[in-house]
Every structure is written in structure tokens, then in C-alpha cells.
Design a protein around this ligand. Structure first.
Ligand code: G1P
Length: 273
């Protein structure tokens, strides 16, 4: 089984300024739950109960969210409001939470490398909370665990995007292996339309084997001067198998205003249905 899931949460969230001036973007609510809680729930549902955050300055409210709030809980004890805490309490009972800080914003690859101290030598999940995923029959990370159990290699979630959007994502090329599964032969971070090897984009769900840390340690900065996980996976794909999995479900890009509003509408509708 995969027990650990890493959440890189050090980013500034500049697209949501001024909301993110004094508040982490991961704490912005989709209806009444912070974005990060949806991701942690998905990890827990996939059996990953050791939650590891790569955090940064000004992100302390994430730690507080996954901890007791004694005074408040004492005040509302026995009232109707207590019911609103049921989900977060269930998460806190089932999971452990650990934190380390990324001192400089040097890219997603650097954030994941920073998380090694919390992960150690075992395969692990990575969730980018900005991508809020709804799985069809089961959550996306659970679908990926099923594939990992069969193939025991790194896996990236993929989705087909319009060609003009390839510049926003890591893009894979690969051979079709079986239903929804591609054996990756190359990956490129945010290519221009004319350089994109396909329109299959990496979405913020990964399962990584721990040898990725060794690759990341020696990796020079790539696109935008940042250490890119895409470049590390590209090296891994040349050494051994890396799979791209076209997940069953839907994704909201909550890193964009449009996606954030669409997710809010979706969850509000399910709530009042
Ligand atoms: C990151 C990755 C990119 C991936 C994307 C998914 O980019 O670098 O490969 O496609 O997440 O959301 P970011 O959105 O952090 O710029």
C-alpha cells in the first residue's frame, strides 16, 4: 500500500490577490471547506493516512486547520454547529500531519525534493490542491493506486486539453498500453503549441517511486528557472517505466478564477440537491 501523500503548499497564490495577501490560497473555501481539505480527503480515501505538507512562511493556518481549536470546540460543544466539524474531525482522527518548509520558491521539483525528509524511501502520492478532482466511480488518487498495485512505477494523471492550452501544463507523449494508460516516452514542461508532443496534460495527481529524490537532487533548473518535477519524471521515464493515466472523472482548475467559481457552483449544487 501507499501510506504517504505529499502536498506542496508553499506557493504564493498571486492569481488570487488580494485574497491571498495574508491568507494561504489553499485555505480559500470552496463553499464551506478550504481547498486543501478536499485534497486531504482524497488522499485519505486512497488509504494515504500520513499527510506531509511542504509549506512555507505565512502558511500557518493550514497547520491550525488540521489541529484542535479548543476554545471554539468547547463553545459549540453540544450545539447544532458541531455537526459542521464532523468531516474535519474524521480526517484528524484517521490521519497524521507533518510539515517541513520550502525556504525558497524554486519550483515544484524543489518542493517535492524538500519533502524527502517526510517521505523517506517509499512510494508516495502527490496532490496539487489547486486541481480539485472528482472521480467517476472512485476518487482519482484511488484509481491511480489500483494502477500502482499492478505496475509498481511512477504514474502521472493526465487529461486531454485544447492544443492552445499546452503551454499551461506538463505534456506527455507515449504509447497506448491499455485502456486509459500510456507508457510515457517523453515529457515537456509547458511547451508552446508547436513544440507540444501531444495534448495530454499532466494534472496535479502523481504517484512517485522514491528514486525520484535521487534524480531531483542532481537536477538543474528548467522552465522558468525552476526545478521541474516534469524534467525529473522525464529522466525516470528513460531509465524505467513511467505511466500516464487518463483518469475517470472531472477536474476543476482552482488555480484559475474561472475554475474556482466553477468548482464552487458544482459543490454548492451537490450540497443543496
Ligand atoms: C504544475 C506542473 C505541471 C502540471 C500542473 C498541473 O504546474 O509543473 O507539469 O501540468 O502543475 O496542475 P503549475 O500549475 O504549478 O504551474
Amino acid at each position: 500500500m501507499i501510506n504517504k501523500c505529499l502536498f506542496p503548499v508553499a506557493g504564493y497564490g498571486t492569481r488570487f490577490l488580494p485574497a491571498t495577501k495574508a491568507m494561504p490560497k489553499e485555505m480559500m473555501p470552496i463553499v464551506n471547506k478550504p481547498l486543501i481539505q478536499y485534497g486531504v480527503q482524497e488522499a485519505m480515501d486512497a488509504g494515504m493516512r500520513q499527510i506531509a505538507f511542504v509549506t512555507g512562511r505565512r502558511k500557518r493556518s493550514i497547520e491550525d486547520h488540521f489541529d484542535r481549536t479548543y476554545e471554539l470546540e468547547d463553545q459549540i460543544s453540544g450545539t447544532k454547529a458541531e455537526h459542521n466539524l464532523a468531516e474535519i474531525r474524521a480526517l484528524m482522527q484517521s490521519c497524521t500531519f507533518s510539515y517541513t518548509r520550502q525556504v525558497q520558491m524554486k519550483g515544484l521539483g524543489d518542493a517535492i525534493r524538500t519533502g524527502e525528509t517526510l517521505i523517506g524511501n517509499q512510494p508516495f502520492g502527490v496532490v496539487l490542491a489547486d486541481d480539485l478532482c472528482i472521480g467517476d466511480d472512485k476518487p482519482v488518487l484511488s484509481q491511480m493506486v489500483d494502477i500502482f498495485l499492478k505496475y509498481q512505477c511512477s504514474i502521472v494523471a493526465i487529461e486531454e486539453v485544447p492544443h492552445e492550452d499546452t503551454k499551461k501544463y506538463g505534456i506527455i507523449s507515449g504509447k497506448h498500453l491499455e485502456d486509459r494508460l500510456f507508457m510515457v516516452d517523453a515529457m515537456v514542461e509547458k511547451p508552446a503549441v508547436e513544440d507540444a508532443p501531444s495534448n495530454r496534460a499532466i494534472i496535479g495527481r502523481y504517484i512517485l517511486t522514491p528514486d525520484i529524490f535521487e534524480v531531483l537532487r542532481d537536477l538543474p533548473p528548467g522552465r522558468n528557472g525552476e526545478v521541474q518535477i516534469t524534467d525529473a519524471l522525464n529522466i525516470q521515464a528513460k531509465r524505467k517505466m513511467v505511466l500516464g493515466y487518463q483518469f475517470k472523472g472531472q477536474r476543476f482548475d482552482c488555480g484559475s478564477l474561472e475554475g474556482f467559481v466553477a468548482a464552487t457552483n458544482y459543490f454548492f449544487k451537490t450540497m443543496i440537491a
